[in-house]
Design a protein around this ligand. Structure first.
Ligand code: SF4
Ligand code: SF4
Length: 250
């Protein structure tokens, strides 16, 4: 588990200047200070010092964060806010009764029972891709109808839901499976539900892995709540296919 208290001194460096507030897309939409990096850091400092209980409404503020990194870009104190959010989510998941309940729901046995992995059946084409995300049927249809084979043996992600909830153990397992698939199947393209630079960063930071493969994505952030990538985005799908075709015909 990544310990929240190891960030105590770093959190203390927040000067409360408010620059993060102006750049936070969640704050710009809901106007709630508790959604900003500054507001969340105040709450986390209280939790670390034992003055504030880690209640589920605080966890909800953490969930609202899009982890877009805009606050990190403007922060004069260079506070690694995305890392701190992850450590806070880990603390919630591993140190509260509600967190235990979420971990049980995310366990491999429960997942298998309620959401068994579906086999991916793809046509055989010369251009091959691996997809990690939650829109398998749509992506499979889109790729096959554009002469691209999907190499995934079964529907699988890279562990985004575990990363977002702070379930570090399940996240590492999913990411390892994804990295093995990439190494074994050597696709021409990797397609994900998050921007390619973010996915590359996750592979590198958490897996120490930098595949020399073109990474594309079919989603985008929505203003407000969570990743819109759960919903297939036709605009990005069109862009994706155009880019793949251009690359293949180069
Ligand atoms: S920009 Fe950085 S230092 Fe300023 S309030 Fe936000 S987190 Fe604190
Ligand atoms: S990472 Fe993005 S959404 Fe989260 S607090 Fe920072 S600016 Fe706001």
């Amino acid at each position: 588990m990544i310990k929240l208290k190891q960030y105590k001194e770093i959190i203390h460096k927040c000067s409360k200047c408010g620059l993060c507030q102006e750049s936070c897309p969640v704050y710009l939409e809901n106007g709630n200070e508790c959604s900003t990096a500054r507001g969340i850091l105040v709450l986390l400092r209280g939790i670390i010092n034992g003055e504030v209980q880690f209640r589920k409404d605080i966890n909800r503020y953490l969930d609202k964060c899009l982890r877009c990194g805009k606050c990190v870009e403007v922060c004069p104190s260079e506070i690694p806010f995305e890392d701190i959010i992850f450590a806070a989510k880990c603390r919630y998941l591993y140190c509260t009764p509600k967190g235990l309940f979420i971990r049980i729901l995310q366990s491999a046995a429960v997942k298998k029972l309620f959401n068994p992995a579906q086999k991916v059946i793809s046509e055989k084409f010369d251009t091959k891709a691996l997809y990690f995300g939650g829109n398998f049927k749509d992506v499979l249809k889109l790729l096959n109808s554009n002469s691209v084979e999907l190499l995934n043996p079964v529907e699988s992600g890279w562990g985004m839901e575990y990363l977002l909830s702070g379930n570090i153990i399940r996240f590492r397992k999913s990411l390892n499976t994804a990295m093995k698939l990439i190494a074994e199947l050597n696709p021409k393209f990797i397609i994900t539900d998050i921007p390619s630079d973010k996915f590359r960063g996750i592979l590198k930071n958490y897996g120490g892995y930098s595949p020399n493969i073109d990474i594309k994505y079919v989603g985008e952030y929505s203003g407000g709540e969570k990743f819109a990538s759960r919903f297939f985005n036709p605009r990005y799908a069109e862009k994706l296919i155009k880019e793949i075709k251009e690359k293949v015909h180069q």
